[in-house]
Design a protein around this ligand. Structure first.
Ligand code: PLP
Length: 451
């Protein structure tokens, strides 16, 4: 495609490196330029409207055009646009946000360390696991177990925790100290004839073997998303987290819950930890913390971990970690307003009311000839695209069928995301039942065109 000189497309191609994009194809295909949003919809520069079926990147929970968030940012920019938390400096928005977060968070979490992205929150979580184990005189307890298809970010360490080959290839990742456990998808990784309970026992057994092989005294933590998002929306089977947690407790291994996607209502409860009865030692949040109107993330830790940090910082003289923008006042003010809106408008109550309709429209797609499995919980879901429903054989990567179906869905005015052999859906939490119908009608048209 030839783009007119000085057009937006030509200027984009001349200047931008697009994250998570086929760079070569982009040189000819060019960008889809978005200009504004309203509710669950976004509009491109030709005025075409799309239903944002992915809420941006699993994140714009309150939809577009939420004036209260704009006002919160404006007020804070006028009052105090920047101040740091380094060296005893503080400000109200960070304190109030921490109070509110801890009041909402799963039980047992005691302190908050802010950052700017999900990747940073997970990097921090790993550093705190190491710092803590040094503090309590267990300096060998440093390895972290992460899972195949887990997604924890792209920085050097969070990218290493991520269990997707594309994030490692040619970036020289993973760095050392990361162990890999099984992905808990029975559909994708169950053996022929193996029931779900037997599958859980097998992969939890594998986890125990891994722990014993490596020596439990060298393993500090296990990190998991309650529902794996970028790995293809993998909802864990019944009993999985209960058995994993029993094992971790036996070997004195901490649980880091990566709530970057699940946090703040996505699974129908405030946190995925509540939905799956996870008792975490550390929780990381981002995305829906501010409805993605501004970058902010946080790492929440239990009291014992904080006490260890306190002890270690006494020894070192300073807790030598932090970003220029940790607890940025404008970001904190926007996040605080987001959490207030969740409470005042009972956003979780709304999710609980509309999620049965979302799940029923999602699961109805399982009848489509291209769909092997429809899976989901709350307001998140995916369909697995297969060539053969019986054998569950996927298409060759070169066929690009999931990407073709997602592109066709986009032509029908609905944004969905192709992830490997799956197509994912994760709309703003404010979506109505009529909009859910529009989302899945668009997806069905897209699938029919890709047939
Ligand atoms: N953790 C999870 C579960 C995520 O889905 C993501 C991003 O999609 C991250 C961490 C990384 O967040 P960020 O892209 O803000 O660094």
């Amino acid at each position: 495609m030839n783009h007119l000189p000085n057009s937006t497309a030509a200027r984009d191609i001349a200047t931008l490196i697009h994250p998570y994009t086929n760079l070569d194809r982009h040189m000819t295909a060019g960008p889809l330029v978005m200009t504004r949003g309203e509710g669950v919809y976004v509009f491109d520069d030709s005025g075409k409207r799309y239903l944002e079926g992915m809420a941006g990147l699993w994140s714009v929970s309150l939809g577009f055009g939420e004036q209260r968030l704009v006002d919160a940012a404006t007020r804070q920019m006028q009052a105090l646009p920047y101040s740091q938390l380094f060296g005893h400096r503080s400000h109200e928005p960070a304190i109030e946000l921490a109070e509110k977060l801890l009041a909402m968070a799963p039980a047992g979490l005691d302190k908050v360390l802010f950052a700017n992205s999900g990747s940073e929150a997970n990097d921090q979580a790993a550093k705190l696991v190491w710092y803590y184990h040094n503090a309590i005189g267990k300096p060998r307890k440093k390895k972290i177990i992460a899972r195949t298809r887990g997604y924890h970010g792209v920085t050097v360490y969070s990218g290493s925790l991520t269990g997707l080959p594309a994030n490692h290839a040619d970036f020289d990742l993973p760095v050392g100290g990361v162990l890999r456990a099984d992905c808990p998808s029975h559909y994708l990784f169950g053996q022929p004839g193996e029931g779900e309970a037997a599958f859980v026992d097998r992969i939890v057994g594998n986890l125990e073997q891994l722990i014993l092989r490596e020596d439990p005294e060298t393993i500090g933590a296990f990190i998991a998303e309650p529902v794996q998002g970028s790995g293809g929306v993998i909802v864990p089977p019944k009993g999985y987290f209960e058995k994993v947690q029993a094992l971790l407790r036996r070997y004195d291994i901490l649980f880091i819950a990566d709530e970057v996607i699940c946090g703040f209502g996505r699974t129908g409860q405030m946190f995925g930890c509540e939905t799956f009865d996870i008792r975490p030692d550390i929780v990381t949040v981002a995305k829906q913390l501010s409805s993605s109107y501004i970058p902010i993330s946080a790492t929440l830790v239990s009291r014992p971990i904080f006490e260890g940090m306190l002890e270690e910082s006494r020894k070192q003289g300073v807790f030598a970690h932090g970003f220029t923008y940790s607890g940025h006042p404008v970001a904190a003010a926007v996040a605080l307003e987001t959490l207030k809106i969740y409470e005042e408008r009972d956003t979780i109550g709304h999710v609980q009311r509309v999620m049965p309709h979302f799940q029923s429209r999602l699961h109805a797609l399982a009848e489509h000839p291209l769909v092997g499995e429809a899976r989901g919980i709350g307001l998140i879901g995916a369909i697995e695209i297969v060539q053969d429903k019986r054998t569950r054989k996927s298409f060759a990567a070169a066929d690009g069928i999931p990407a073709m179906a997602a592109a066709a869905t986009l032509r029908h005015g609905v944004i969905a995301r192709a992830i490997r052999d799956a197509i994912a859906f994760c709309p703003p939490l404010i979506i109505s039942e009529a909009e859910i119908d529009e989302l899945f009608d668009g997806v069905r048209h897209g699938l029919d065109e890709a047939l």
